[in-house]
Design a protein around this ligand. Structure first.
Ligand SMILES: *Cc1c(COP(=O)(O)O)cnc(C)c1O
Length: 465
């Protein structure tokens, strides 16, 4: 072992190695950074030999090992950490994979606004200071019928500012059946505590009656809040109070009525038999004072929290100190405007979330069949068109199963885990799922471009195996 340690080449020798020079020119990495990687990996190799973690068979392997580790480091260092992924899971709003993808229109707006100056807070007509609140407010009003609207960082921020502004040091009444936790980090009860509002729980997990709310209302009550039970559904004997009754009750008692909608749809999915999510317009029409929802769930836009409702309340929120804390960037506003414009122009099918949700089963099956024909014979496994069920995801419509189809890997000569890993670690990464214990690509979430890419990826992985 001492023999081996003596044979670790000195840094200046490595610096002049042909391969190191190659790395330096290939990746355009500066000399100091490269030297630091060489020092680091020389140290690591020494440590690994000493601890027995790595044992070279012969001397010449040491240099090779150091150089290959440095190569990997440099490569990791220059490639971005936030990478594109091909989502073959069939889950359209995949929380781990960035939720909604943006439409081309929205992206065009982002690129234009981000790479130039803009009138973010400038009134071009009058030549004086403007407000970023004005950029998408009219569009939201037009699309939802709201008197007024504003945008904050995400829906969690929307819930927070509303509670803080209207219920700090007072109480908020919520049904026990609606005290949700979403994604492990958003809890209605916790956000309420942070906001300084007191939570008054009424009813039971499965049933809440109008008299439960009525009995709980007193002078300390600021608002009644209804929370969309986004990611779960209580089955069996359940009862909740309908919106109109709650609106009436809050009007009679002079309290605020607010709904956290979670997803908030502009597109009438319900009319097409997809879930039971009412459109935002309907909820406001039934008299809600305020609603809030995410920009990147069913709406299909960027991460944002949209607040819509009565003008007097929205004006108060815009004046609140937190509005500045929670405000959105120009890129978000550009993407939102691009997305909203597609709704206004009735081009909803160009919004990827809507397009993917509405894609017909026959179309998906045909694409999967064509894909298999394009791939042709493989050495290590066979592919078969298989029907499956996709999900909306993102804590939206948990009970809705969307008929879907894709390609399953059958009769593999290597383990499915190995193929899964190869796909996942490919660039771009391909994320799959298991269906009936077979590795499965759900084609509902794959664009035609991605399907073509996948033909090459599968073939090249088959070659490497
Ligand atoms: C998703 C969700 C939130 C959080 O929204 P973000 O935009 O992720 O911050 C809050 N409330 C409900 C009911 C939700 O479904």
């Amino acid at each position: 072992m001492q023999e081996f340690l003596r044979n670790i080449p000195p840094i200046h020798e490595l610096q002049n190695h042909k391969k190191v020079r190659q790395i330096q020119s290939d990746f355009n990495v500066n000399k100091d950074q490269l030297t630091s990687f060489l020092q680091q990996e020389t140290q690591n190799v020494r440590k690994d030999i000493l601890s027995g973690l790595w044992e070279p068979a012969k001397e010449s392997e040491i240099e090779k090992e150091i150089l290959s580790r440095v190569y990997k480091n440099v490569k990791d260092w220059i490639t971005p950490n936030l990478k594109r992924v091909i989502n073959a899971t069939g889950t359209i709003l995949h929380t781990n994979l960035g939720r909604a993808r943006l439409s081309h229109e929205a992206m065009k707006r982002v690129v234009e606004v981000a790479s130039h100056y803009s009138n973010l807070e400038y009134n071009i007509e009058q030549g004086k200071r403007g407000s970023r609140h004005d950029i998408v407010e009219d569009l939201i009003k037009e699309l939802t019928g709201a008197e007024a609207a504003m945008v904050v960082n995400n829906n969690a921020a929307a819930v927070y500012i509303i509670l803080r502004a209207f219920a700090n040091d007072q109480n908020v009444i919520v049904s026990r059946g609606e005290l949700v936790e979403i994604g492990g980090s958003f809890r209605v009860s916790s956000i309420m505590e942070e906001s300084g509002a007191g939570l008054v729980e009424v009813g039971t997990t499965n049933k809440t009656h109008l008299y439960d709310y009525k009995n709980a209302i007193d002078d300390e009550t600021a608002m009644l809040m209804k929370v969309h039970t986004s990611n779960f559904k209580i089955l069996g004997f359940t009862e909740s109070v309908d919106r109109r009754s709650l609106v009436k009750l809050t009007q009679e008692t002079d309290k605020l009525y607010y709904e956290d909608l979670g997803s908030g749809a502009f597109y009438p999915f319900q009319d097409e038999g997809i879930g039971e999510e009412p459109v935002v317009r309907k909820i406001l029409n039934e008299g809600a004072d305020l609603v809030s929802f995410s920009g990147d769930k069913l709406l299909g836009g960027p991460q944002a929290g949209i607040i819509a409702g009565k003008k007097a309340y929205i004006e108060q929120l815009k004046q609140h100190q937190l509005a500045r804390v929670l405000r959105v960037d120009k890129m978000t506003l550009a993407a939102l405007e691009g997305t909203f414009k597609q709704y206004v122009k009735r081009e909803e099918n160009q919004i990827p979330v809507i397009r993917d949700l509405r894609k017909s089963l026959v179309e998906i099956q045909e694409q999967a069949q064509k894909f298999i024909e394009h791939v042709g014979e493989l050495k290590h496994f066979k592919l078969r068109v298989t029907d499956a069920e996709a999900q909306v995801g993102g804590g939206t419509m948990p009970e809705v199963k969307i008929p879907s189809a894709g390609v399953a890997i059958t009769e593999e000569s290597v383990s499915a885990e190995k193929i899964e890993q190869k796909l996942r670690q490919h660039e771009p990464s391909v994320v799959t799922r298991y269906h009936n214990e077979q590795l499965f690509f759900d084609f509902r979430t794959l664009t035609e471009e991605e399907q073509s890419e996948l033909v090459y990826i599968i073939k090249s992985i088959d070659q490497q195996l």
